[in-house]
Design a protein around this ligand. Structure first.
Ligand code: SAM
Ligand code: SF4
Ligand code: SF4
Length: 335
């Protein structure tokens, strides 16, 4: 039996942030005026080691976790991350090992990741329009190299790839249909994500959110869609298929259609803090106990305590929160 929280939600997924650094400056995540030369990143000694991450993962799997995803910051910036994948793929009882990446260096790293045991990959690509994408990543990174990463990963068996696109009104919403059109018929699935108020630095406003309903309506006007039932309980993306058989899209309506009732995710930051909600202000430290000799039983007790006391449902109660509510940054906790 998986461990349940106070609202009866089982722990099923573990998201592991392996670094708080990134080579992109997506304005909705790490705006350059905040994440500038002065920003203090974690030092290498502050990061959990691969052994520590693997140990925590093994204990989380004992509590019920089945799926593990590496994220960040940009996970491919963590040196030798394929070695971590190799270690994690040896953990018994896990059914899925995946990564979310901006794909900037995926083309040259995909083979090592696949050989180490990575099963699936999600690539973030907010627009297929080169000018729009370069402005959004704010480091002038071209679409073409992301597409190359997707192609190489797929050719090595890491596909079909899920392509995540955050939609911001007035920024990339005019390119929603072109992105869908590009991936229709390729087997890859675009998942449009409502722009969220994570962290304290992106200046989020409700007016900037394009609703999942509007996204679906616009794509449906071009290529008629029908709803597809979820492929597993708790799937966060709502799925639709093209009536002409050219594949699927997904929408993640975190703001307008919150899914806290199905939220089965535990999150581990790069420095070993456990979080149970993307919008949390504080976490629970695991690194301190590990580095002062905690036994597996001690750590199991901490993990279990964090999950069984959990009651968060931020997105369902967004309007009740005060504007100044302290939230951890997305690049720190991982998406
Ligand atoms: N750097 C990797 C990447 O971009 O794929 C992994 C980490 S990133 C924080 C994980 C996901 O979070 C990305 O798909 C990104 O688009 C999404 N994300 C970041 N900030 C967001 C926001 N404010 N609203 C919605 N999604 C966001
Ligand atoms: Fe980096 Fe990913 Fe955040 Fe963009 S969304 S700044 S690629 S961590
Ligand atoms: Fe889960 Fe928190 Fe998001 Fe709700 S707001 S779905 S509890 S991460």
């Amino acid at each position: 039996m998986p461990t349940l929280d106070t609202l009866g939600r089982p722990v099923r997924d573990l998201r592991i942030s392996v670094t708080d650094r990134c080579n992109f400056r997506c304005r909705y995540c790490m705006p350059r005026e905040v994440f500038d030369q002065e920003w203090v990143y974690l030092r290498h000694t502050e990061l959990l080691t691969f052994e520590e991450i693997t140990r925590i993962t093994r204990l989380a799997v004992e509590l019920g976790v089945e799926k593990v995803r590496l994220t960040g910051g940009e996970p491919l910036l963590r040196k030798d991350v394929h070695l971590l994948i190799g270690m994690l793929s040896g953990v018994d009882g896990m059914t899925d090992l995946a990564m979310t990446t901006n794909a900037s260096v995926l083309a040259r790293r995909a083979e090592a990741l696949r050989d180490a045991g990575l099963q699936r990959i999600t690539v973030s690509l907010d627009s297929i329009d080169d000018e729009v994408f370069r402005a959004m990543n704010d480091v002038d990174f071209p679409v073409e190299r992301v597409l190359e990463g997707i192609d190489v990963a797929a050719s090595l068996g890491l596909g079909p790839v899920k392509v995540n696109a955050v939609v911001q009104r007035g920024v990339n919403d005019h390119t929603i249909e072109d992105l869908a059109g590009h991936f229709r018929g390729t087997g890859h699935t675009v998942r449009y994500i409502e722009y969220m108020d994570v962290g304290m630095s992106n200046g989020w406003k409700l007016d900037d959110v394009v609703s999942a309903a509007e996204i679906v309506e616009r794509i449906n006007d071009r290529w008629p869609l029908e709803a597809v039932p979820p492929s597993y309980p708790g799937e966060v993306a709502t799925r639709f298929r093209y009536l002409d058989g050219e594949g699927e899209i997904g929408v993640i309506g975190s703001v307008t259609q919150p899914f806290c009732g199905n939220c089965t995710r535990l999150r581990l930051s790069a420095e070993g803090q456990l979080y149970t909600c993307l919008f949390a202000g504080t976490g629970t430290d695991l690194k301190g106990p590990i580095r002062t000799g905690a036994s597996d039983d001690d750590l199991r007790g901490i993990l279990e305590g964090v999950w069984t006391k959990r009651s968060d449902r931020y997105s369902e109660r967004r309007s009740e929160h005060t504007p100044g509510w302290e939230r951890v940054e997305m690049s720190y906790i991982g998406g």
